[in-house]
Design a protein around this ligand. Structure first.
Ligand code: GLV
Ligand code: MN
Ligand code: MN
Length: 382
């Protein structure tokens, strides 16, 4: 039986940036496609036929049992310069857990690789699972563009099909994932819930002008409105025990000696409940608008995606926690498991992250903890 270290080592070089040590595995780019080739080879090696669902998701089927299926897996795509574990650990662990199952199984097991979970290329996270479950219209998804103007339809090579009958055949979903905070003191935990969260685009517009000759009093500088708004978002989030991040920004004309005409920032906001989240976003918008009035600029806020609160299936959570003698914990990170949980009973397993760092090249889990995660997943599947 192939070891975790060996299988992990096969994926490790794919899409790794030699300078940052992080991963550039955006959906349907050569690095992510190479991961998909690896997936097909793993499926072939186990005589698992691979199904493509028309939405960019791949499912490798194990076992011929006639009962409803259990799906397990995660995603290959990364945030820019992301860590190795966020996503791929769930797919590698799924194949290795299948290796540990009694054969034949009395249920089909589907190992799944979901497309564009991070939304790093096309902006909407969990795009593959949203399409599969009907949570996003195929026409809207098809028209999403990346930073170079390439559409999802062009990247996928076809218009996504949207919800198919696939989920009618699925009875449970379990996703193993690296834990993304410092919440686990033992190798494996069981996920209970996901905070509601979303992405909002803020467009700050002003007047491009000369950095040398324009008097300070005469400027309409959207960078000032933007800067104030970032600080206000941080403060409003802290006041509510919520999280707010502006991690992506775009400037026009982006010149050292010009007052900008446009600053576009993306607000990622998360909170323990929907009311706190909407209150946070409203407060940030209000303070941005107030500042825009002072700066002689304008601001618009556009919702790009929102993911409601998720409570994983209580029966599954209790059964897994009992079976594994593992602690339970919620997360503020989004997952395909969150999208699926509105349709099939779903649970997550988390593998300890010693530093708590994620979405960074420094993300890490020990081989021993990853092995424990595989054993736990195999036990849950069994
Ligand atoms: C996914 O990693 C997210 O929570 O943004
Ligand atoms: Mn992630
Ligand atoms: Mn992930």
């Amino acid at each position: 039986m192939i070891s975790f270290r060996e299988l992990w080592g096969q994926l490790a070089p794919i899409g790794r940036d030699p300078d940052s040590g992080g991963y550039l595995r955006y959906a349907w780019t050569p690095a992510e496609l190479a991961c998909r080739e690896w997936f097909r080879a793993q499926a072939d090696a186990r005589d698992m036929p691979v199904e493509e669902d028309g939405n960019g998701n791949l499912i490798a089927w194990y076992g011929t049992g006639s009962g409803p299926a259990v799906l397990t897996g995660s995603h290959f795509d990364s945030v820019p310069h992301g860590g190795a574990y966020d996503g791929p650990l769930g797919i590698v662990s799924a194949f290795l857990a299948v290796d540990r199952l009694p054969r034949p199984t009395d249920r089909p097991i589907g190992v799944v690789a979901f497309a564009e979970e991070e939304g790093a290329r096309f902006g909407v996270p969990c795009l593959g699972s949203r399409l599969l479950t009907g949570a996003i219209e195929p026409a809207r998804a098809a028209a999403l563009t990346d930073r170079d103007g390439v559409t999802v339809e062009a990247a996928l090579g076809a218009r996504p099909t949207g919800a198919t009958g696939l989920l009618d055949r699925v009875e449970r979903y379990v996703e193993l994932h690296i834990e993304q905070g410092r919440m686990l003191e033992v190798p494996v935990g069981v996920g209970t819930a996901i905070w509601p969260h979303g992405r909002w685009r803020l467009d700050f517009t002003g007047e491009a002008n000369h950095a040398g000759t324009t008097r300070m009093a005469d400027r309409h500088d959207p960078m000032l409105t933007y800067a104030y708004t970032v600080l206000a978002a941080n403060k409003e989030a802290r006041l509510r025990g919520a999280h707010a991040t502006v991690g992506r920004v775009y400037v026009e004309p982006n010149a050292t000696n010009a007052v900008p005409a446009l600053v576009r920032g993306w607000l990622d906001a998360r909170a323990a409940d929907a009311q706190t989240l909407s209150g946070l976003v409203e407060a940030v918008h209000k303070r941005a608008a107030e500042r825009a009035a002072r700066d002689g600029t304008a601001v618009t806020l556009t919702e790009e995606s929102v993911s409601p609160v998720v409570d994983f299936d209580g029966v599954l959570v209790d059964r897994c926690a009992g079976l594994l003698d593992a602690p339970v914990l919620p997360t503020a990170a989004g997952h395909d498991a969150g999208v699926l949980s509105a349709h099939v009973p779903t649970v997550m397993l988390f593998v300890r992250n010693p530093t708590g760092i994620s979405h960074s090249p420094a993300e890490h889990a020990t081989d021993e903890d990853c092995e424990a995660g595989i054993e736990a997943l195999a036990a849950v599947l069994a």
